[in-house]
Design a protein. Structure first.
Length: 202
């Protein structure tokens, strides 16, 4: 949190009032927030209740094996306030497929084209964590992508896993992750890696 960066933001009450008008006009049915903090999420709920304004129904934040920061504060609000997470970047911009391991940059891949998005590739810890997750998936005879997506699917606070694919093979692999159930042993190993690589890419 940087106080300087937040001094000139639009007030949340003003935002809620504008969204209420959009709902009144019939342009949208429900509202949600994205990239929000625990304080912001609770403020939206408090102000909606206090002023009789529409209540947000979801929160869309990044969530994946390399970025489990949603679990710190946000997941409790999601559970207690019935605000499901719409998890975006579940494959960490594709890093969790393993395709960037060993300094590989596949032609046409997102992070090859847009290297400025370095959250998941810009530190040694991120690279080591990614390799550890990829190796673990292969140890358990899963594709890295399916293990990463199945993990997101397994979280009770997740309402929707926002997948992305650039070809039919990737789409099939993503959809097939719905059939994958992670074993208790694998879940323990995943949590051990999460402890070892504490929030490598928040």
């Amino acid at each position: 949190y940087d106080q300087q960066e937040h001094e000139h933001q639009t007030p949340i009450l003003e935002t809620l009032e504008a969204l209420a008008e959009v709902i009144r006009q019939g342009k949208v049915r429900y509202i949600g927030v994205s990239n929000e903090t625990p304080w912001g999420l609770m403020k939206y709920l408090q102000l909606a209740e206090k002023h009789g304004l529409p209540r947000i129904v979801s929160v869309q934040n990044p969530y994946n094996l390399l970025n489990r920061s949603f679990e710190v504060g946000m997941s409790e609000i999601s559970h207690r306030e019935n605000l499901p997470l719409l998890a975006y970047s579940p494959l960490a911009f594709g890093a969790l497929t393993g395709k960037y391991c060993n300094d590989q940059w596949p032609e046409g891949a997102r992070l090859t084209l847009f290297k400025r998005f370095a959250r998941y590739t810009g530190s040694q810890m991120a690279l080591e964590a990614t390799k550890a997750y990829v190796d673990l998936a292969r140890e358990f005879k899963l594709t890295p992508a399916q293990m990463a997506l199945a993990f997101v699917n397994s979280r009770k606070f997740v309402g929707s896993n926002i997948i992305g694919a650039t070809d039919l093979y990737q789409l099939k692999e993503n959809i097939d992750s719905l059939k994958v159930t992670l074993s208790p042993e694998l879940l323990v190993r995943l949590n051990q890696l999460s402890d070892q690589f504490r929030l490598p890419c928040p």
